[in-house]
Design a protein around this ligand. Structure first.
Ligand code: RFL
Ligand code: PHB
Length: 389
């Protein structure tokens, strides 16, 4: 088989890149090691920046998001049992869109199927070869048969545990990492959200987040121990613990119900540099991880893919490698700002197990400063709605 761009991974990064390239007449094949149903079953991000939404529009997949997505003009920060509102529209001039990653992924999959471009699901043992020459190849196995794709470029969009970053030669990539000593336990339920806006809660028992997918579907998170398993958390235990962390009004309003999904995610900050080795490029979670507190992971995937698709389109249209040469530097500048913001939101809002009394006083003062200073709120709003591309 031969294609122009071989894309590894059919998460949001890979599907979005494939869609943008296809629309510009650039041939591409996506290899995904899981099934389409498995990919659609993962419950992840919920908040989309306007600029990421614009990239989804450009890829021709924004219509349902624009129709069904919920526009949020602000968010709520709760501590000491009181809620404070950060007004995104007033402070940063735009709202965010609440629309599930699952839905975006579904929209991308449908658009790809309609375009006729090839996606190989359950493509096992992908291995990347010769990307330092001008004829890179990708090998994989499907239904016990071996296949090889010859291509011009390989885009590694295969997430944190994928093969692409691991294929960089030793010494050609540097990792920067912080692992947090707690996790997030998420619960999805067909119950009306407790509030019209997301509530980020700092509480002495740990962080909590009230989010949503629609007016009838809620998504809640609790800071939990890394030693916990989902089996330790019955629905009843989850709701009881969430109630303890809510303010009085939210506690009284909370509608509980059967969970339709529950999962635990560890929290990590991670960046690999650079994002390119010759004809192999990394984008999305393959290159970086943010803790979910800032809602930046999916949004960074969209900005990486925007820069990378621009470079590839320029290469095929004009024969110029300039955009590809600038890709790593451009993408990393935005990635590090999102890393900073996600780290800041995480340390501001969680119960930090190793904190001293001094650290806890500073954390409380930071919260007080945020809710009392327009300048501080403006900085948070500007980052939350998304820094410019
Ligand atoms: P993904 O989604 O991990 O997709 C990678 C794909 O590659 C496949 N793969 C392989 N395929 C072929 N061969 C191999 N060897 C392969 N190895 C892996 C995988 O099966 C998968 O299908 O990465 P991508 O596309 O870069 O997208 C990144 C986003 O999924 C991620 O950043 C967000 O979900 C992060 N995130 C959030 N981001 C936001 O912008 N806003 C949010 O509100 C938000 N909330 C969250 C989140 C992530 C969470 N978890 C579970 C980590 C909330 C949570 C709880
Ligand atoms: C979500 O709805 O899943 C969500 C929202 C905001 C975050 C993280 C996750 O910061």
């Amino acid at each position: 088989m031969r294609t122009q761009v071989a894309i590894i991974g059919a998460g949001p990064s890979g599907l979005l890149l494939g869609q943008l390239l296809t629309r510009h007449g650039i041939d591409n094949i996506i290899l995904e090691n899981r099934s389409a149903d498995y990919v659609l079953g993962r419950i992840r991000a919920g908040v989309i920046e306007q600029s990421a939404a614009d990239v989804f529009d450009e890829a021709g997949v924004g219509a349902r998001m624009r129709k069904e997505g919920l526009l949020h003009d602000g968010t709520q920060i709760c501590f000491d049992g009181r809620r404070h509102r950060i007004d995104f529209r007033a402070l940063a001039g735009k709202p965010v869109i609440v629309y599930g990653q699952t839905e975006i992924t579904r929209d991308l999959m449908e658009a790809r199927a309609a375009s006729g471009a090839t996606t190989v699901y359950e493509a096992l043992d992908a291995s990347l070869h010769d990307f330092s020459g001008d004829k890179p190849r990708v090998r994989y196995r499907k239904n016990d048969q071996d296949f090889e794709i010859e291509c011009d470029f390989i885009a590694g969009c295969d997430g944190f545990h994928g093969v692409s970053r691991q294929s960089f030669p030793a010494g050609a990539i540097r990792n920067f990492e912080r692992v947090y000593p707690f996790g997030w336990l998420g619960l999805l339920s067909d119950t009306p959200p407790v509030s019209e806006e997301l509530i980020y809660i700092h509480h002495e028992r740990g962080f909590a987040l009230c989010s949503m997918r629609s007016h009838t579907r809620s998504r809640y998170y609790l800071q939990c121990s890394l030693a916990d398993g989902v089996e330790d958390w019955s629905d009843d235990r989850f709701w009881e613990e969430l109630k303890r962390r809510l303010d009085d009004e939210a506690r009284a309003k909370l509608v509980t119900g059967r969970s339709i999904e529950k999962s635990i995610a560890p929290l990590r900050s991670f960046v690999a540099e650079p994002l390119r080795h010759d004809r192999l490029f990394l984008a999305g979670d393959a290159a970086h991880i943010v803790p979910p507190t800032g809602a930046k992971g999916l949004n960074l995937a969209a900005s990486d893919v925007h820069y990378l698709s621009e470079g590839l389109i320029e290469f095929y249209r004009k024969g110029s490698p300039a955009g590809l040469d600038r890709y790593s530097e451009r993408a990393l500048a935005r990635i590090w700002k999102a890393e900073r913001f996600s780290w800041w939101m995480t340390t501001l809002l969680h119960k930090l197990p190793d904190a001293s009394d001094f650290d806890r006083k500073l954390q409380h003062t930071e919260l007080e400063y945020l809710v009392s200073s327009e300048a501080a709120q403006k900085s948070m709003a500007e980052n939350y709605v998304g820094l410019p591309y």
